[in-house]
Write a protein that binds this ligand. Structure first.
Ligand code: DGL
Length: 259
């Protein structure tokens, strides 16, 4: 069986790349629901329904463990998936998200003020605030939605993205750490580091692979089912001329196909 990685589009390939580099022995199945991108500007009902359809599809494709790389889908859908959907539909499958591992890393070293930059839906859910406050009720949290960033990155407009980062960074001058709470932001993490020197920038491509490795070591009942055949499948729900280009920029030898 496979390690599944789910995202609303191709942004999750950044984390997948980190998984494959750290844990190359396993088989992987990537699914990007690009037909519905961006999730970040959709209603919670839409996001939940897209996420459930994606889970059904990925389970049908042989995923034993699914990592929801999409922050928006994690924020809105993960709890329902873990508590209601999985127990009824596929009790042997494990689904994990990105929020808790990110929160754990962001709170290291006596940090007192944490910034969160994410999509509108993620900020609206306040999931990061809730999870940060569960660990440290005295923490100060500044959450800002950045709806312009995903379209700028998707359209390869990195200069424009940098302008937005410069602007958003003003709101985070006083934080100790800043969570980049969106799959796409690792691609512009250096802009945040440039405009927020001294702030600890938490980027999911740098933390999730270690968290997954740790999880698999602690859960042989999942790990022992994982195939080791070098399989890498990358599927999207809608294929456009940018899909292959974006993917090839990240991986040299990758074939994206329509699900
Ligand atoms: N994958 C989404 C996230 O991490 C960003 C793109 C979208 O809005 O669909 O929140």
């Amino acid at each position: 069986m496979k390690i599944g990685v789910f995202d609303s589009g191709l942004g999750g390939l950044v984390i997948t790349k980190a998984f494959i580099e750290k844990l190359p022995e396993y088989d992987y199945f990537y699914y990007g629901d690009s037909i519905h991108l961006p999730y970040g500007e959709k209603t919670s009902g839409q996001i939940l329904s897209y996420s459930l359809a994606a889970m059904r599809y990925m389970i049908s494709q042989g995923c034993k463990i699914i990592i929801i790389a999409c922050n928006t889908a994690t924020s809105i859908s993960l709890r329902y998936i873990q508590q209601r959907f999985i127990p009824q539909y596929a009790p042997d499958i494990k689904v994990l998200g990105v929020v808790i591992p990110t929160v754990e890393v962001s709170l290291q070293n006596g940090i007192k003020r944490v910034g969160v930059v994410a999509t509108s839906a993620t900020v609206r859910s306040h999931i990061y605030r809730q999870e940060l406050e569960k660990i440290n009720p005295d923490i100060d949290v500044v959450e800002i939605a950045a709806p312009e960033l995903v379209p700028a990155i998707e359209n390869n407009k990195f200069e424009l993205a940098e302008e937005f980062v410069k602007e958003y960074s003003r709101s985070f001058k006083n934080v100790d750490s800043l969570i980049l709470g969106c799959t796409h932001y690792p691609l512009i993490k250096e802009y945040f580091r440039k405009y927020l020197p001294g702030v600890y920038i938490v980027s999911q491509d740098e933390l999730m692979a270690e968290k997954l490795q740790d999880y698999l070591q602690r859960h042989p009942e999942i790990e022992s089912f994982l195939g080791r055949n070098g399989l890498r499948e990358f599927k999207v729900s809608s294929f456009n001329k940018h899909s292959q280009k974006v993917a090839t920029n990240l991986f040299t030898d990758i074939a994206i196909t329509k699900a």
